[in-house]
Design a protein around this ligand. Structure first.
Ligand code: 4AD
Ligand code: MG
Length: 449
């Protein structure tokens, strides 16, 4: 299996055609171009060969007619195997019948690596089981479906950054090694840190609270870790979270910010990633409905709604996965559920001054049964109360001294939230499970590839 980088027509005394990405072929109709990619599929029909070529930016169908090319070129194309790497020269032709609307009239093919037929590419167009595909994730990513998901994920991340950047937020990166828990001690990953222990971050929030006092409006975006023992379609052990934090903001401000962010992201994907959504066979009508305002629902009313639908939930309990699904199927837009019982929420949540048993917090549940995509709210700004909550949660005070300083020196009301990128990708792409939303998922029983 020799790998050559040679371009066949290098030896010919003719100018080389331009290297063109498949996504741009519409600008080259009638011209000879060079496409660099891999064989996606090959169809044969009489004296015609139809190689499907992909290059990461798109897929184009080539046409090779026997007699129209030298016999060795025809034979080279006929013998191509799936995912063999190639450089293809040909003329771009607009053709309504071709997938994508363009075809390549192939004149020459330079094969960089021919995958031998007795050791073929492991993922064939036939159906494979999910565990097989997950074990071959490094190759599975080349499929049109996975490529489409990567494109939507990219767009969602870019849209989030544009949203905050355009509103004057400053991106401040928060650490991954941390000395203490943010979201409960049961899901902490502990790692050796020289003579000490450290934890992989569960959220950048506590640091965001420090930087919000420095820059006013901040956000962080990075990987976060949860030692989740649960095997659900919503949980990863490593996921990416975008977290804004705003000084002088209250719960309502966080709700409006979250609603504007999600509406912005959905609109952006609808504008720029129609092709990917089509590849994923995602119905866009439900996404088109996601315009502000989103409905608001108190935890109290949510419990009543769930009980009417037959849930076992009692006031004071947290929603299970089934409850979240039920709630999010009841609305055709994302819904903002606010004021959960303080006892089920983290230590840093501000209590409602009108009812101290509930916290000034909010979860946004995506529609169509997708469930929680955002969690956040207003933070406890009062020193004494915060110290009491840290002690009640049996958290080591020493590790939180710096955090308490934020309440010692110019404390102000402030609020923010975290949005899990993979949950949003799953919902917008219409996927069953978060495992397909991240290039290399990490889960309870999955650390490879
Ligand atoms: O609700 P969570 O735990 O909130 C926080 O971590 C806050 N400190 C964020 C903040 O206020 N700055 O997590 C926020 C979001 C969830 O709504 C969900 O979208 C996602 O992070 N998430 C997960 N995504 C995938 N797998 C998991 N195990 C997740 N846990 C949370
Ligand atoms: Mg949450």
């Amino acid at each position: 299996m020799a790998v050559t980088g040679r371009r066949e027509n290098f030896w010919r005394n003719t100018p080389l055609p331009p290297v063109v990405e498949i996504r741009n072929v519409s600008n080259f109709v009638g011209q000879e171009v060079l496409i660099q990619g891999w064989l996606y599929n090959l169809r044969e029909s009489g004296k015609l060969l139809f190689p499907l070529i992909r290059d990461g930016s798109g897929i184009i169908q080539g046409v090779v007619a026997k007699g129209a090319v030298p016999p060795e070129v025809f034979a080279r194309v006929r013998d191509l195997t799936q995912e063999s790497s190639l450089r293809v020269t040909g003329k771009v032709r607009a053709d309504q019948r071709a997938p994508g609307g363009f075809e390549l009239e192939v004149s020459d093919v330079d094969v960089l690596q021919l995958i031998p037929p007795d050791h073929p590419y492991p993922i064939t167009p036939k159906e494979h089981g999910i565990e097989f595909l997950m074990d071959h994730r490094h190759l599975w990513l080349r499929s049109s479906r996975q490529r489409a998901i990567l494109g939507v994920r990219h767009e969602i991340i870019k849209a989030c950054r544009d949203f905050f950047d355009d509103r004057g937020f400053i991106l401040v990166d928060t650490p991954i090694f941390t000395p203490a828990a943010c979201e409960g001690t049961t899901t902490l990953f502990e790692v050796d840190y020289f003579e000490d222990k450290a934890y992989l971050t569960q959220s950048g929030q506590l640091y965001n609270e420090a930087t919000a006092a420095a820059v006013g409006k901040t956000y962080c975006f990075g990987p976060t870790f949860r030692a989740e023992k649960s095997k659900t379609r919503r949980h990863l052990t490593e996921f990416w979270m975008i977290e804004p934090e705003v000084a002088f903001a209250h719960l309502d401000d966080a709700m409006v910010l979250g609603e504007e962010l999600v509406a912005f992201v959905v609109r952006r994907v609808l504008e720029r990633r129609r092709g990917e959504l089509q590849t994923l066979e995602r119905k866009v009508a439900p996404l088109e409905k996601c315009t502000p305002p989103f409905p608001r629902l108190s935890y109290d009313d949510a419990v009543k709604m769930l009980q009417e639908k037959g849930s076992e939930i009692q006031w004071g309990g947290d929603f299970g996965g089934g409850d979240e699904t039920m709630l999010s199927e009841s609305f055709d837009k994302p819904v903002l559920v606010h004021r959960y019982p303080a006892q089920v929420k983290a230590f840093y949540m501000a209590p409602d001054p009108a009812r101290s048993e509930v916290a000034l917090c909010v979860d946004m549940l995506a529609p169509e049964g997708y469930g929680e995509i955002i969690g956040g709210g207003e933070r406890l700004a009062d020193f004494d109360l915060l110290l009491r909550r840290i002690e009640e949660a049996k958290l080591p005070r020493q590790a939180f001294e710096w955090y308490l300083d934020l309440r010692r020196y110019g404390t102000v009301p402030h609020a923010g939230f975290g949005m899990g990128i993979e949950r949003v990708v799953a919902w917008i792409c219409g996927l069953e499970h978060v495992r397909e939303t991240i290039p290399f998922p990490r889960m309870l029983h999955r650390l490879t590839p």
